[in-house]
Write a protein of this length. Structure first.
Length: 236
C-alpha cells in the first residue's frame, strides 16, 4: 500500500433529499461521477441516509451556566476541542475539500431544513469564520470553491428576472453570499435543473448530461451573481 499523501483535488458533496430514487439524488451522483472521472477524490454525504441531527441545541456542548448562546458555545468547543464527533468529522471533511457542493431541491425557495441544520452545526463560530477569524476574505475557507447543485419545481421561465417567481439568483443570494462567501469560498454560478418532475425520461437524461458537463468544466464556470453584483457596484 502506498504511503504517499493523496494530492488529488478533493470535493465534498452534501446531499439533502429524502428519496434515493429522486432526480435530485441522481443529479448528485452524476456530479460525483463527473468529478471522479476528472481525478477528484470525492466524499459524498447523504444527510437523510446518515440520519443527520439538524437541531443545534444546548445538549451538544459541555455543561455551562447561564443562557444558551450558540455561537459562544461553538467557539468554546473549538478552542477546547470538545465539538461533537459528528460535527468534528464533517468539519474535517469541509477543510479537506477544495470544492464544496450543496445538493438539494429548492423547497420554499430555500434549503431543506436538514441541510440548513448541517450548516448551523458544522459551520461553527471560530472554526470557519468569526472568533479569532474574520469573515469573507479573512475567513478560514479562502482559496476554495463552492457551488449550489439544485432542482426546482418551477420552470426556468418562472425563475427568470421577469418570471412568475422572480430571479433565481435572488433566492440563492443568501446561500452564495451569506454561507459560501461569508466563510471564504469563491461561490460559483449555481448548477440547476428546472422542473425535472415535468420532464420525460429523454429530457431527464439530457439534464443529467448537462450536469456532468457542468462539473467537467468548473474551472471555466463564472462566479455566482452575488460576486458579480458586488464587482459591478464597485465600478459604478
Amino acid at each position: 500500500m502506498s504511503t504517499q499523501p493523496d494530492t488529488r483535488a478533493s470535493a465534498l458533496i452534501i446531499h439533502a433529499h429524502p428519496e434515493t430514487d429522486s432526480f435530485s439524488t441522481s443529479q448528485a451522483h452524476a456530479a460525483a461521477e463527473s468529478l471522479r472521472a476528472q481525478g477528484y477524490a470525492v466524499k459524498f454525504i447523504d444527510l437523510y441516509a446518515k440520519k443527520w441531527e439538524p437541531v443545534l441545541g444546548r445538549d451538544e456542548f459541555e455543561p455551562f451556566e447561564g443562557p444558551f448562546k450558540p455561537q459562544r458555545e461553538q467557539w468554546n468547543a473549538v478552542k477546547d476541542g470538545t465539538l461533537p464527533a459528528d460535527v468534528r468529522a464533517d468539519l474535517d471533511a469541509v477543510f479537506h475539500a477544495d470544492l464544496l457542493v450543496l445538493s438539494f431541491p429548492l423547497w420554499w425557495f430555500s434549503l431543506p431544513a436538514i441541510l440548513k441544520g448541517w450548516l448551523d452545526r458544522v459551520f461553527v463560530m471560530g472554526g470557519v469564520s468569526g472568533g479569532d477569524l474574520g469573515a469573507f476574505e479573512q475567513a478560514a475557507l479562502t482559496g476554495r470553491r463552492a457551488v449550489v447543485l439544485a432542482t426546482t419545481g418551477g420552470s426556468a421561465a418562472a425563475f427568470a428576472p421577469d418570471g412568475a417567481f422572480g430571479d433565481i439568483n435572488d433566492f440563492l443570494f443568501h446561500i452564495n453570499r451569506g454561507m459560501f462567501e461569508f466563510v471564504g469560498y469563491a461561490a460559483l454560478e449555481p448548477i440547476i435543473t428546472y422542473g425535472p418532475a415535468h420532464l420525460d425520461d429523454a429530457l431527464r437524461a439530457e439534464a443529467l448530461h448537462r450536469v456532468r458537463d457542468a462539473f467537467s468544466n468548473l474551472h471555466h464556470r463564472p462566479l455566482a451573481a452575488s460576486t458579480r453584483y458586488r464587482a459591478l457596484a464597485a465600478t459604478s
